[in-house]
Design a protein around this ligand. Sequence first.
Ligand code: C5P
Length: 267
Amino acid sequence: MTVEAFAPAKVNLTLHVTGQRADGYHLLDSLVVFADAGDHLALTPADEMSIMVTGSFAKGVPADRRNLVWQAAELAGWTGHIALEKNIPHGAGLGGGSADAAAVLRALGVTENAGLLGADVPVCLGATAQRMQGIGGDLTVLPDLPPLAAVLVNPGVHVPTPSVFGGLTQKNNPAMPAEIPAFKSGRELLSWLADMRNDLEPPAIAQQPVIAEVLRALSVQNALLVRMSGSGSTCFALYDDPGIAEVMARDLAQRHPEWWVRDCRLS
Ligand code: C5P
């Protein structure tokens, strides 16, 4: 009766802010991929809704209706017990509650109205490489994007998404090229990514300067590309060799035991 679900961490390889709508939401152009690391869920039907939160990032996660997984279950018309193992920093640019809510919808076979739960929920529902446009709901699947090796680093600070968007000095920035090329290798993808941006990096760094320190620490580690994900504070370094990512993650974790460091594959 119990259904298990995996909520992979979401990583924005690029995040271009191209405008703002009259209702305040921002227009985005983002290349989104997913990690082989994430939160785990188990859904067991019952007469009443309940949530139990465990895992290294359980602290501060509500076990009631405020939790997006509860709202996702309601949206799906499902009632029961949700066991939620939080392995990934939340409120951290990696999908967090949106990824968990999407995993619930996926497990229950519901794909409609996911955007009602949050702008990031539709892309997390796909859980595969996508170009995300509009305010988050215009999605194009990129089936041939080469997988990459990455090191994810979170310094343990929280930057509220609305205030990062609010700190943008320029909201009308160039989009990504209209056509995303067909990359023949991870290296080719990495060199193309180098010309792209995360426009939320400067306002996030202005609020939490440690993000710049994380980017610097990752840059000295032979990374082919270093960038922030989403509205932060998680940053990533990209490699074309998982073995190197693993060694770099171990080294960085030793030098910064106060940071969350994790090597993974992105696809
Ligand atoms: O939709 P969600 O609740 O995940 O978004 C969190 C906040 O991020 C929104 O309230 C809004 O301030 C900001 N946001 C935005 N434009 C987007 C997505 C999110 O301004 N496209």
